[in-house]
Design a protein around this ligand. Structure first.
Ligand code: FES
Length: 351
């Protein structure tokens, strides 16, 4: 029996989520682990190296969505796996590492994403920083599965101990020494990878690689920014630079309130009712923050679940509410970061 059976599976399948059973949890470093899944027998979870899964988890009573790249590569005949690294203050990655065990079932949407190997055989420049190795490692093995041009791979980690897939990379490097140039950069030894170093690596030893290569880049934002700038400096066509960023955009700008278009919303904060004004084109979250009402929120884009509240009267429109099931929406749950009032007399209760 799974340790944490999932309730409402059928409904979640209708919402595009499927339960995946965790086959094993493989420690990769002191703060990173791979979750290996059993997938349904049909082709719903077929994927290409470099794609990602969207997981729907229930943490502290709230649903959250997170995207994780697959570290497995279909060509290697491995079961589907993601690799997760602990993040200081990170809610979801830390929860996965601390709580998920073999036999658990996790809801996931089928794989998606366009960070995949291009069909044309060109030299490859791969750049990965930290846990950004996950899709890059999959792409690397996909590329090495067939004959093809040279691959130059710059992999930055904090230290040798923090290097994810260290042993597996040793094996890959030994097996493909004729095609693969792997440079391991350790911040603890080499300092931060600056643009000059990255550009030198891209240019290589006179390969004129920038004229024809395709680059794949994944890692922390400052690392990716440096890589992209370095590749631009060596003349790589921007159309041949593929970057994978799971960005949390800032919440929408708060527009000025216009008296004529304003609607009044009553918000039950648990210790009293506060009335706020909200324009029809403004989210309730934006209006509340603008009027200094401390409501909970985090991502601002409908994926973390921090802003879930209950609409007890009135109606709202939500352009993005995939996080909530149809039943939860029917029960009146809304995302404050997405909900815009559709008429007067909205009442909201913080939960
Ligand atoms: S879902 Fe994250 S703040 Fe609304």
């Amino acid at each position: 029996m799974p340790r944490n059976p999932i309730i409402g599976t059928e409904k979640m399948e209708q919402a595009g989520f499927y339960p995946l059973t965790v086959r094993s949890v493989v420690p990769e470093t002191a703060d990173a682990a791979s979750l290996v899944f059993d997938t349904p027998a049909d082709d719903v979870f077929d994927y290409r190296a470099g794609q990602y899964l969207t997981l729907r988890l229930q943490i502290a009573g709230r649903p959250v969505l997170r995207c994780y790249s697959m570290s497995s590569a279909p060509v290697a005949g491995e079961p589907l796996a993601i690799t997760v690294k602990r993040v200081a203050g990170g809610v979801v990655s830390n929860w996965l590492i601390d709580h998920v065990r073999p036999g658990d079932r996790i809801l996931a949407r089928p794989p998606s994403g366009t960070f995949v190997l291009a069909p044309e055989p060109r030299p490859l420049l791969l750049f990965a920083g930290g846990s950004g190795i996950t899709p890059v490692f999959a792409i690397l093995r996909q590329a090495l599965a067939g004959d093809g041009p040279a691959i130059r791979f710059f992999y930055a980690s904090q230290s040798p101990e923090a290097e994810i897939f260290r042993t597996a990379l040793d094996r890959v490097q030994a097996a493909h020494a004729d095609r693969l140039t792997l440079h391991r950069h350790y911040d603890s030894r080499d300092g931060h990878p600056d643009m000059a170093r990255l550009a030198d690596f891209a240019v290589g030893t006179g390969d004129a690689i920038a004229e024809s290569a395709i680059a794949y880049v994944c890692g922390p934002a400052p690392f990716m920014n440096n890589v992209e700038a370095a590749l631009a400096q060596v003349g790589l066509d921007p159309a041949r630079i593929h970057s994978e960023r799971f960005v949390m955009p800032a919440p929408e700008a708060v527009p000025a309130l216009g008296d004529a278009a304003s609607l009044t919303i009553a918000i039950d904060c648990g210790v009293g009712i506060r009335q706020i004004s909200c324009r029809a084109d403004q989210t309730i979250l934006a209006a509340a923050l603008d009027q200094r009402l401390p409501v909970p929120w985090s991502c601002g884009q409908g994926i973390c679940g921090a802003c879930i509240a209950e609409l007890t009267a009135g109606s709202v429109a939500m352009p993005q509410s995939d996080l909530l099931t149809a039943e939860e929406r029917k029960d009146g749950l809304i995302l404050l970061c997405q909900a815009r009032p559709r008429g007067p007399d909205c009442r909201v209760r913080l939960v």
